[in-house]
Design a protein around this ligand. Structure first.
Ligand code: ZN
Length: 111
């Protein structure tokens, strides 16, 4: 891939920005103490809120983990290399996938 160092530098900044954004969101969504005087409907509403937030948090957690993995791979200089065959991952694939890990061929074979 041409301009790989430049691409990696830009991607690194992108990942760090994204990471901060997600962490900010996660902190602002912390659920406050449940009021004790709420009636049944209020409690039901709160239960679904908590449920929705926790699945969103789980999703954000997953994204954070892959961002961290990507940043770590960058430090080790292996971000652009396929974990399956060790070859350079296709430029197009790196542009569209956050942390591709495998080249298109290996991704197809992996279950
Ligand atoms: Zn591969």
């Amino acid at each position: 891939m041409q301009d790989l160092p430049l691409f990696l530098e830009e991607r690194k900044q992108e990942l760090q920005r994204k990471r901060k954004e997600i962490e900010g969101k996660r902190n602002s969504r912390k659920i406050g103490p449940v009021e004790r005087n709420g009636d049944g409907m209020e409690l039901g509403f709160r239960a679904t809120e908590v449920h929705r937030n926790s699945s969103e948090n789980a999703m954000m957690e997953k994204i954070l983990i892959s961002i961290d993995a990507g940043l770590r791979a960058m430090e080790q200089g292996s971000y652009h290399l396929c974990v399956g065959c060790g070859k350079e991952i296709e430029a197009e694939r790196m542009k569209t996938v956050f942390f591709p890990q495998r080249c298109a061929g290996c991704a197809k074979n992996a279950t």
